[in-house]
Write a protein that binds this ligand. Sequence first.
Ligand SMILES: [Fe+2]
Ligand SMILES: [Fe+2]
Length: 169
Amino acid sequence: MLSKVVAKALNKQVTAENFSSHYYLAMASWCDTHALPGSAKFLYVHAEQERTHMMKLFHYINDTGGHALVESFKSPPEDFNSIEQIFKLVAQNEKAITGQINDLVNLCLEEKDHSTFNFLQWYVAEQHEEEKLFRDLLDLMKRTGTDGRGLYFIDKEIGGLANKVTVKG
Ligand SMILES: [Fe+2]
Ligand SMILES: [Fe+2]
């Protein structure tokens, strides 16, 4: 049985994952309309992934005696400047999510909620992977640059990554 405080914190994370999904969807749409098909493909897949993260939490809350909520959140921006800016924003968002997951884990320890602590380990591992992925992408962008051929190369490379990613949940 979830304590009120853990249920509330998990619902907050549901909203954060839902926001991430919409955020990446808005980025995908910008790339799609700015001749960046590889990045668009990658971000569409990533937006779906974030939705699975949300649903996993959603079901856990209801399966554990809580009540999963669909709460509103601010709309993501629709305009971006560049592919570089987009992936910097993604990396920033993932870093913030890692912080929120860590706070949740700490809360479970305080509340002696071992079941939720165990459930959250999946998110701890996922955030580790995601932070590495986006750090590597930003490093690659620094090396190739994002002008002319560099932009073509990096967009193709990012599109290729989308094929390797499967939507997990
Ligand atoms: Fe996520
Ligand atoms: Fe993520």
